[in-house]
Structures are given as C-alpha cells and as structure tokens.
Design a binder for this molecule. Sequence first.
Ligand SMILES: *Cc1c(COP(=O)(O)O)cnc(C)c1O
Length: 431
Amino acid sequence: MLTGNIQRDEFGELCFAGQNVRSLAEEYGTPLYLMDADRIRFNCRLYRKAFQESFGENALPLYASKAASFRQICRIMAEEGLGIDTVSRGEIYTALSAGFPAEKIYFHGDGKTDEDIRYAVSARIGFFIVDNETELECLQAEAAAQGVRQKVLLRITPGIDPHTYEAVNTGKVDVKFGVPIAEGLGLRFVKKALAMDVIEVAGLHCHVGSMVFDEMVFEDTVDHMVSFMKELHNTLGFVTQELNLGGGYGVRYLESDKTIDIPARIKALAEHIRQRISEAGLSMPYILMEPGRSIVADAGMTVYTVSTVKHLTGLKNYVIIDGGMADNPRYCLYQAPYTALPVSCEEGSKEVFDLVGRCCESGDIIQPEVKLPANIKRGDLVAVCTTGAYNYSMASNYNRLGRPPVVMLQGGEHFVAVRRETLEDLCALDV
Ligand SMILES: *Cc1c(COP(=O)(O)O)cnc(C)c1O
C-alpha cells in the first residue's frame, strides 16, 4: 500500500489507521476528511528525534500550519513540542486559541497588513519572519508604539532552483518572497534591520520550495546561506544566531514516488552544516526547519460517494463524486498527482476513469486516468489518499458546498476535530 496506515481487511475492505473506512463514512457522511492523529504524532517524533540526534538541544522543527490549520492539530504540535509557523492572523489565532505557546509561534508572509502586525505584536508571538524592508519599517513603528522588543528572522532568497513545480518554487532569485542575496540586496536588508532599535535580529530564514526530492537542495541552500552569514559577519560584525532552512520534503502521492528517509537526510544535512560553518570560522547557529506536508500529508485520506458513472463510449469514462475542487483544488492548481482507491474489495476487472467533482467547471478534476472497478456505480465509496496537507486548508465553499468535517483517528477511536459546515453556516455571514 501507498502508506503504512492503509490496509485491506480480510473482506477486502479499505482500512485507514486500522479503522474501517466504510463504517466511518456511514457514521459521518461524505465527503469526509480523515486524519490519522497517530501518524501525525509519529511524523512529529521523527523530526524531533532526528533534530535531537543531529543538532542536540540547539534546534527546533516548526510545523508549517498552512498545510492544515485547526485547533486539534495545534494541540498535537504543543504536546509533541514543535514550534508553529503561521502566515496569517487566522493561523495565529487558531494556534493561540488552542493553547499553543505564543513564544513558539513564527509569523511569515510577504503581505502582512498593519492589522496583522499590530495583532501579532500584541499577542507577543515569538518571532516575525520579516519578508521585506517595508515590513521592517512598519514592524519597528508598531513594536515601538506597543513598547515591545520584537525578535525577527529575515527572509533571504538564496537563489536556488529546487526542481519542483513552478507554483511551489520559492528559492529562485526573482521570486516574490524575501530579499535576494544577489545584487547586495540581502546585505542592505540586514543592515537596515540592525539599525532599528526595537527589532532584535536573531537570524535568517530561507525556504526554497515544496515537494523537494533532490538530495542536494538543502545542502546547496546551506552553502549560499553560510557564505552570506560569513559576509554579514565580516562586513557588519553580525552573528547569525538562528538559521531557519524552511520546509519542503516531498511525500509519496503515487506508488511510483520515492520515499524520503527524513532522519537520514537531516543527519547528512547536519554534517554538511557543521562542516560549512567550521570552514567559514563561524559558530553553529540554532537550526530551525519548517515541515508542513511531510508531517500531515500521509495522515490524511478523503472519502467520497460516487454520484454518477458516465461511459462516453469511445471517448472517456467519468466517475463523478459528491466532492471535488472545493475540498481538493490541488489537481486544478498544479496537476498534483493522487492515488484513488475503491473502498470495497478491489477484485474484478478494472477500467480507466477520470475522477471528477461536482463543481461547475470542466477543470474540476481530482485525478485523471485512475483505475477503478469496471462495475463501479452510484453509491460506491472512493478514497483519495495522502490528502492531509493542503486539502482542508485550501478548501473553499465554491458552488456553496459546505466543507467536509475532519474526523481524527487516534488509538482505535475516532472523533470530530472540525465539524461539517451546514447550510446555515454557509449563510452565516450574509446580511
Ligand atoms: C509552505 C511553506 C513551508 C512548508 O512547506 P512543506 O512543503 O509543506 O513542507 C515552510 N516554510 C514556508 C516559508 C512555506 O511557505
């Protein structure tokens, strides 16, 4: 099976986290997001342990909460001892209202508003990850007004191509995020930050992309960042205390995708960092990384009921389901691959179908050309795997569809972490 938490029982029925998917669908209805909390915790511990073994106490993994942000996930992150990375007041509020410690919240974003800055400073979050010089000026003014000394990391674009999809490529020199090292822009940015009296520059941040599989991407990033750290040290006397290397490890969406051995990668990366830091004559900074997808993706599965099967003889076959781009826009956005499985027994002949949604767009495709039972029919259940990251968090109410609930599976039990949106919810903001 694609991930360790997917099995079939003796009747060929699909099980997720050891629980029967059909029974869960009957109890909670479809479309349904399932989240395997034990798997999320397992992934958190994988990072914590790898960090501890590779860096000792001098490092912290942060969960990039944009991958899936709701209170129950934030509680898990608090319990597992990770930090949280946020990109909006909404994500900060979600974390704080779940009891997540403010000092372990990092605030990202290339377009923070005055209101965002005011809110985050007054919430006393740990760190701003400052994207640009305008933000620096606004943050200085706001922190001064509130009498707060604000710790920050400065987002730097190292100029790396991580060879991933264009839409999630954030390392190249001319992307919209951060300030490039190139053209002396990075140096000017740091200098400006150091001149601000209520801003405390703890270090640097970079994030080169998502769905990164290539071995050397983080190593290349480190090379660029360490040489920049050396330049800062030599020209400004600035010591980078914290170095955040961003997120981005890829996960398996298809059987043909590679499995990344994250602990082994982190261990190799740590060796590389130590070597480069020592060659540069610097002292080892506190290391942060921001995994999102690799913590929650394989903890997720979405379950749908088939509404219609269309055989356009000689042309195409469609399986149309009761969800679609409103609960999973990722194929529409960047042709993201997915594995779809029938929930009941997989025996018998197969046919190729486009698995499509119920929204009024021809582009409402979950996945083209998936193999499903030839006799699939209305009422049958289909599961789409590896939907834990960027599915619930990207869901919309397009066509006024209510967003599905998130049901958490933990230790053989199940409970609602986010309830299903009702018709009243859909009109709750309307006057
Ligand atoms: C999206 C993002 C992450 C998380 O990326 P994953 O691929 O989900 O691990 C981390 N840091 C920043 C700045 C991001 O934009």
